[in-house]
Design a protein around this ligand. Structure first.
Ligand code: 5RP
Length: 292
């Protein structure tokens, strides 16, 4: 471990000089193998390098909370609007039709619900991820949590080892405990630790100074939506994240807890792939809601 005394505060983010990509639309992915790129190209549109991922893995920690009580009723009808589904293998096998043409980012760490997200998770067998044809494996990393950081970082690099072996990209998911400050400095640390340990995609949260988080992370970032907020605010969040360099969103509650989830996911999709500004997207949401 380098001596942290007198470390220079990070500042040279080169915001105006995006990291170069060569022959592949996702940053940091040019040198990956064919199978890895092929799976990433199923998740992120090759046209714009962006993705609208729909997250519904909440039940594995929270149980049947609002919006995921009946995934067959609430989530399955939305799949046609999403680029990727993030869920657990239990829900995938039990509820998601295998005929549905959607890549799956498989929640690949499993554990108890005790102490919310910062728990004692272990990574599932990669053979099971292959069996369900996962396009990516998602593993949570609790940077800064003394009790679980080492275990979760080990989970990540184990997933990366097996993912590299079989050509399956790994998404590092930055968990945020209540004691951690949700600022750009923290998210730069957490996302960079995921990337340095081999994550091919990093999922994190939007924050002020987000463009520095993106710039300092050498692989694509997608943001979680977080707690339910009014639809206009969630669209603004998605817009800001994309404008400041995110490759997409992996949104859950702000879609499936919306007053009109189908209208909401289509409006989020317009922000991500069609360059809609928040007001335009919110108008779209209202129009679709009115015409239902
Ligand atoms: C955290 C996750 C969840 O899928 C994510 O937080 C869900 O999205 P949202 O915050 O938008 O409901 O990866 O472990």
């Amino acid at each position: 471990m380098p001596d942290m005394d007198n470390f220079k505060e990070a500042e040279a983010f080169g915001i105006d000089t995006p990291q170069k990509t060569i022959g592949f639309p996702l940053k940091g992915c040019s040198n990956l193998d064919w199978g890895m790129k092929n799976r990433l190209a199923r998740i992120f549109s090759p046209k714009d390098g962006r993705s609208l991922m729909l997250a519904c893995d909440h039940g594995f920690i929270m149980g049947p909370t609002g919006g995921v009580e009946r995934i067959d009723l609430s989530i399955v009808p939305l799949l046609k609007y999403a680029d990727c589904l993030m869920c657990t293998r239990g829900v995938l096998r039990a509820v998601i039709p295998p005929t549905q043409d959607i890549p799956v980012c498989l929640r690949s760490d499993a554990g108890t619900s005790v102490t919310t997200e910062l728990n004692d998770n272990v990574v599932i067998d990669v053979q099971d991820a292959i069996r369900v044809n996962a396009a990516a494996m998602a593993v949570m990393v609790a940077v800064g949590d003394a009790a679980t950081e080492a275990k979760t970082v080990a989970n990540l690099y184990h997933a990366v080892d097996v993912g590299q072996r079989y050509g399956i990209p790994v998404m590092g998911v930055t968990a945020v405990g209540k004691q951690m400050t949700r600022d750009a400095r923290y998210f730069r640390l957490a996302t960079r630790i995921c990337a340095e340990n081999g994550a091919n995609i990093v999922k994190t949260y939007y924050t002020e100074g987000f463009e520095t988080v993106v710039a300092a992370c050498p692989v694509p970032i997608v943001i979680a939506g977080g707690k339910k907020v009014p639809e206009r605010d969630a669209l603004e969040l998605a817009y800001r994240a994309i404008s400041e360099g995110a490759a997409g969103v992996d949104m859950g509650r702000n879609v499936f807890q919306s007053t009109n989830p189908a209208a909401m996911i289509r409006a989020v999709g317009a922000v991500i792939h069609r360059g809609f500004k928040p007001d335009e997207a919110y108008q779209m949401f209202q129009d679709l809601s009115a015409s239902k």
